[in-house]
Write a protein that binds this ligand. Structure first.
Ligand SMILES: Cc1cc2nc3c(=O)[nH]c(=O)nc-3n(C[C@H](O)[C@H](O)[C@H](O)COP(=O)(O)OP(=O)(O)OC[C@H]3O[C@@H](n4cnc5c(N)ncnc54)[C@H](O)[C@@H]3O)c2cc1C
Ligand SMILES: NC(=O)c1ccc[n+]([C@@H]2O[C@H](COP(=O)([O-])OP(=O)(O)OC[C@H]3O[C@@H](n4cnc5c(N)ncnc54)[C@H](O)[C@@H]3O)[C@@H](O)[C@H]2O)c1
Length: 454
């Protein structure tokens, strides 16, 4: 079969490339080995957020006197809603979306066998050969890394998929890692009944890529909920017995649990793909090639759905421009945006742009302003004991924001204002005229500017 563009992988990134190239007038085939919709729809963003939402709501209700207690939580109902959110692992809706674009949907494992040629091996072993006139786009996502701890692989550890598809919440859980998956899933499963959760965090802080204060607030929250967060801790050996799993700790001691969750990062999914590297330029074209592109997790730039989709929009439009011989270097045709991210824990942690450490390392002349969210009237009204913090990094030369971080209940919805301010490089003196409504948590913007001296 000949088409203009072949996309391998129908996760959020691959689907969005297909949408853009078809909209631009090209024909497209989308190859998917497992479920159209990708990791995000069935095993990652959607189910994890469905599992975290009841905890968030219960915490919120708990902060407002006079409302009925929400415990005990109906775990079966929470899991049933999670199952609905992931369409019971049925991808027919997503396949229909692809075919209605219209694009050709080809189920099977894709391999690039020669330039612009992809062979797809179906589950029945049949091979379909696809040829692209213009481009092949790799959007195969990422796979979890399991560290080489003796006995760990044999102990059948959980990865994020097992955690998000959980049917029976284990009573005792050991979590290896202190990143986003570890924190979100430790907290969700603890809320849903894992009464003994121990986190083995190799480093001395949680969420190593965000501002340290945010990780500290989160560690306090996890610990006060009863989760045993151990810093500088690691398993040197793991074994599974008939009844449980045992983690032998470096430096002595053991922890016995029902399951062990490994959340130690992810690698680009390149195995068996016929592609050695997915390192791309800002147009998402693989370095050294004029027909191969890579978007989403697989290129390693930013392992987030919204960033994969953003890259996909750029990539699709660039391919269309190049296919038509039109200019391919307009500002909308390069993926260079600051990265926003939300960690959906309690407190929520969200950030965009540079941290203080990153800005200093890049040589910016900066000033840091911070403000306690609990002192904002809008936050006080959300409930008793609301705590949180905001931190902004100001480029002193241009008087614009380089990065903003919020930590606190419900702060995720504050993030897009920060994303606009950072992306558009809004001068602080202009930002001053963006008056936050009273009494909302957004009033923290005014407080930050006042702290700065405006
Ligand atoms: C537990 C968890 C929670 C997360 N929560 C969030 C969140 O809240 N917000 C957020 O922004 N990000 C979140 N992420 C990250 C997000 O899931 C990824 O960034 C996103 O799924 C990447 O999209 P993608 O299209 O690049 O890859 P994927 O979604 O992984 O899709 C890749 C697709 O390619 C297919 N494929 C692979 N190889 C082949 C092949 N050779 N042939 C055919 N098909 C192939 C796969 O089957 C898959 O369907 C989370 C991740 C995890 C693990
Ligand atoms: N809300 C969200 O946006 C969201 C949620 C979940 C996942 N994600 C994405 O998924 C990606 C993967 O998440 P993750 O939590 O697996 O990765 P991560 O990179 O966020 O965290 C990995 C953690 O494992 C630790 N670690 C690494 N190697 C180790 C080893 N050998 N032994 C012990 N600890 C080790 C690290 O120090 C770190 O604490 C993230 O990059 C994130 O972008 C996003």
């Amino acid at each position: 079969m000949d088409v203009d563009v072949i996309v391998i992988g129908a996760g959020p990134a691959g689907e969005n490339v297909a949408g853009r190239v078809v909209r631009g007038g090209l024909t497209c085939a989308v190859v998917e080995d497992h479920l159209a919709g990708g990791e995000c729809s069935y095993y990652a963003c959607i189910p994890s957020k469905a599992l975290l939402r009841p905890m968030e709501l219960a915490d919120e209700v708990g902060r407002v006197p006079g409302l009925p207690a929400t415990e005990p939580v109906d775990v079966a109902a929470v899991l049933a809603r999670r199952d609905e959110a992931v369409s019971h692992l049925d991808d027919s809706g997503q396949v229909e979306w692809i075919t209605k674009l219209p694009a050709e949907f080809v189920r099977g494992r894709g391999t690039v066998v020669e330039p612009k040629v992809v062979e797809v091996t179906g589950q029945d072993g049949r091979v379909t050969r696809l040829t692209a006139r213009h481009a092949v786009v790799v959007a195969t996502g990422s796979v979890p890394v399991v560290p080489p701890v003796p006995g760990l692989a044999e102990a059948r550890p959980w990865g994020s998929r097992e955690a998000t598809t959980v049917k029976q919440v284990p009573r005792r859980l050991v979590v290896i890692g202190g990143g986003v998956v570890a924190c979100e899933m430790a907290q969700a499963l603890h809320f849903l009944g894992a009464s003994e959760v121990t986190m083995l965090v190799r480093d001395d802080r949680l969420l190593g890529r965000v501002e340290p204060f945010a990780g500290e607030l989160l560690a306090e929250s996890l610990r006060s909920a009863g989760i045993d967060v151990r810093f500088g801790a690691s398993a040197e050996r793991v074994e599974r017995t008939a009844e449980h799993v045992v983690a032998h700790l470096a430096g002595g001691g053991t922890i016995e649990a029902d399951e062990i969750l490994v959340a130690t990062g992810r690698h680009p999914a390149l195995e068996g793909l016929g592609v050695d590297s997915a390192e791309v330029d800002d147009s998402m074209r693989v370095k050294g090639s004029d027909w191969l592109y890579a978007v989403g997790d697989v290129n390693g730039r930013s392992l987030l759905t919204h960033m994969g989709k953003y890259q996909a929009r750029v990539c699709g439009d660039v391919i269309v421009a190049r296919a038509k011989g039109e200019p391919d270097d307009g500002p909308a045709l390069r993926a260079t945006a600051p990265v926003p991210q939300v960690v959906f824990t309690d407190p929520q942690i969200c950030s965009v742009g540079r941290t203080e450490e990153a800005a200093r390392a890049e040589g910016f002349d900066i000033r840091v302003v911070e403000y306690d969210l609990g002192n904002v009237s809008g936050a006080y009204l959300l409930g008793d004991g609301y705590t949180g913090r905001a931190k902004a990094i100001v480029d002193e030369r241009r008087k614009v924001l380089l990065g903003v971080t919020f930590a606190g209940p419900g702060v995720a919805e504050l993030l897009h204002a920060a994303t606009i301010a950072v992306t558009a490089e809004v001068p602080l003196e202009v930002l001053w005229h963006a008056v936050p409504a009273f009494p909302t948590v957004s009033e923290v913007w005014l407080r930050l500017l006042e702290e700065y001296g405006l």
